[in-house]
Design a protein around this ligand. Structure first.
Ligand code: ATP
Ligand code: MG
Length: 290
């Protein structure tokens, strides 16, 4: 992409966007986009992106929200979790305009999914040759009736490529999961650069927050280090570290292996409580339309 520029600092919305967009009589203003797209992104692998999409999907659905998830990762972890077969139509058909959302989306236990395909990575060259591919996801999402979904969660592969760029261009918000151990000002800087590169195409992009996953209070992140990283996040991404941290527990992989959200797998799991608190934090920022 190679677009220069540092990320511009942005302040966190002080009240839910929903409130900001109410007209005089408390009704949503005409033409205001209500469906919120949250892109779960970190170019580093294995940091809890898919686990976060899965558990937020389930949490929001339980709260009565209409949720769509889009799997952009050739590993198909989210797709497999949702129980979609390899042979089924995928996000590639959607992105190459060979199928509309109604033909490709599948309705599963925790919401609707546009599934991934194993060949997504080899398709990257083809995507690169398509004119204006970088704005395609935004265009396709804008064609969905805005009252059909409240939240769209996009699960990204651990990479910076045409797909993740297109996802970031479509984002209202970016959520960045990370493991405390690997969390560094350097890593934050790289993510900030990637976001800065798409900003000319998406001036409205906001970083929802940095989410610490697999948190172990005995092992990870002293208060001093957390304060230092918090400052780096604020300076480079213009957001904060979520108050909620997702604690490390074997319940997360165990739940995933059985096709359940961690809350459904074990209601009193630490991670179930954390994901619920995270959903509260997110609703406070984006509004809780349902
Ligand atoms: N809170 C947690 N406690 C323990 N294990 C966790 C937790 N969150 C995620 N994991 C496990 O860590 C591994 C990586 O998580 P996940 O697949 O969500 O990361 P990812 O960022 O999507 O990876 P990739 O970049 O490969 O797509 C998985 O086995 C997952 O079950
Ligand atoms: Mg993943």
């Amino acid at each position: 992409m190679g677009l220069p520029g540092k990320p511009s600092k942005q302040s966190k919305p002080s009240k839910p966007d929903k409130l900001n967009k109410l007209g005089k009589h408390g009704k949503p203003m005409k033409g205001v986009k209500d469906m919120k797209t949250i892109v779960v992104f970190n170019q580093k692998g294995g940091v809890g992106k898919t686990s976060t999409v899965i558990n937020l999907m389930s949490e929001f659905t339980t709260r009565g929200k209409k949720v769509l998830v889009v799997d952009l990762d050739a590993q198909r972890n989210l797709t497999t979790f949702c129980g979609v077969r390899e042979a089924d139509r995928s996000v590639i058909d959607w992105l190459t305009l060979k199928g509309g959302i109604d033909e490709i989306t599948q309705t599963k236990k925790y919401g609707d999914i546009i599934p991934a395909d194993r060949t997504l990575e080899t398709e990257l060259l083809r995507f690169a040759s398509m004119p204006a591919f970088v704005i395609r996801i935004r265009d396709l999402l804008s064609k969905i009736p805005q009252d059909r979904y409240d939240v769209v969660l996009i699960d990204c592969p651990p990479a910076v490529n045409q797909l993740t760029a297109a996802a970031l261009v479509a984002a209202d918000y970016v959520l960045i999961p990370t493991e405390a151990e690997f969390f560094s000002a350097d890593g934050v800087g790289r993510i900030a650069e990637t976001i800065a590169q798409v900003r000319p195409l998406n001036q409205e992009i906001k970083v929802l927050g940095v989410l610490i996953v697999k948190y172990n209070s005995r092992r990870t992140l002293t208060q001093a280090l957390e304060a230092k990283l918090g400052a780096a996040v604020e300076r480079l991404l213009g957001c904060e570290i979520f108050r909620t941290k997702i604690r490390a527990t074997v319940d997360v992989p165990a739940a995933q292996a059985t096709g359940l959200s961690v809350k459904e797998y074990r209601r009193d799991s630490k991670a179930a409580k954390d994901y619920s608190a995270l959903a509260d934090e997110i609703e406070n920022i984006i509004g809780d339309r349902k």
